[in-house]
Design a protein around this ligand. Structure first.
Ligand SMILES: [Zn+2]
Length: 309
């Protein structure tokens, strides 16, 4: 039997990663490009194509399609729309560009959906029909499966949990509004929470010198302010997730991303807050789990899995 290969592309504001994945979810080749170096996305796609051709010529294989995960990637239109960290214009017809250069079918979705699809096909959600994957990084994304289907919504925008608003926040969001969930639950949000706690206690910290990884390390060593930071983060997201649980009744919520690595601190808080804020019917029902793809290239795996949906 012929092996089936798909190309996975993860377009990020800093790096674009390209991989070739076989039908059992193994990445057999990967390469990375600096997104910022390309003034025109067409030149980036041409460089990816050259790498692809070089590789397949040595292995005598052929890919059947290109799966693309990108911030604000729209499954329906095939365009990256209004992505704040990409400087290629408001509407990038990325699927059309890949079709033209690769002469292969291409599918696009946003990066959080790609992570959720990856979890479904290659991760811990293989046997689940209803689950949510939260991607916590620079921002907060969510990919939602209901009845075994990823939810795109009418216009392709479903799952913007990070920009739902919360009463706890009067912080300004990068979207231009005030009080979005991701102003707390994101690397930027966690830094701000830590700074505010330290300021209240008159503890001097040098802003710019501290990262979320430092805060995590401090929390592991028992630092009170760092632990409080993760507790507040867990409480804030727990309240939002309690509402989400009552709307969707998911089997599990997976946390993906560097911050989610703090799960020994975050997950118990999130679980407690969900349980104290849902109807008794839901108590103890939803599992909060770290993503099984945490140390793998989830975006590459997820974008190729678009072809298995
Ligand atoms: Zn926002």
């Amino acid at each position: 039997m012929e092996n089936n290969y798909y190309i996975g592309i993860d377009i990020g504001g800093t790096n674009t990663v390209f991989g070739i994945v076989n039908e059992i979810g193994e990445i057999i080749f990967t390469s990375s490009f600096s997104t910022n170096e390309y003034k025109d996305p067409r030149d980036l796609v041409k460089d990816i194509y050259d790498k692809y051709i070089n590789f397949i010529n040595t292995k005598h294989i052929q890919a059947s399609g290109v799966g693309i995960g990108a911030p604000n990637g729209n499954f329906y239109t095939g365009c990256i729309e209004f992505a704040p960290n990409l400087h290629w214009g408001e509407n990038i017809p990325i699927v059309k560009i890949f079709n033209e250069i690769f002469k292969l079918p291409a599918i696009l979705t946003n990066d959080a959906n790609a992570a959720a699809i990856g979890e479904k096909f290659w991760g811990a959600a293989k046997d689940m029909k209803d689950f949510v994957v939260l991607t916590i990084g620079t921002g907060l994304g969510s990919g939602i499966f209901v009845n075994n289907n990823i939810i795109h919504g009418k216009n392709g925008y479903a799952g913007e949990l990070g920009h739902t608003t919360i009463p706890e926040s009067n912080r300004a969001c990068t979207c231009g509004r005030i009080g979005c969930l991701e102003t707390f639950v994101s690397s930027r949000g966690i830094l701000q929470t830590y700074q505010e706690i330290c300021a209240k206690k008159n503890i001097e910290i040098i802003i710019g010198d501290i990262s979320t990884k430092d805060i995590y390390d401090l929390a592991q060593k028992g630092n009170k302010e760092a632990i409080e930071t993760y507790k507040i983060t867990g409480e804030v997201i727990g309240h939002s997730l309690a509402n989400l649980v009552m709307i969707l009744d998911p089997e599990a919520i997976f946390l993906f991303g560097g911050i989610a690595n703090a799960h020994p601190i975050l997950i118990p808080t999130i679980s407690d807050v969900i349980d104290s804020n849902v109807l008794s019917l839901f108590k103890g029902k939803v599992k909060i789990l770290p993503s099984a793809l945490m140390n793998k290239n989830a975006a590459i795996l997820g974008s190729t899995a678009l072809f298995y949906l």
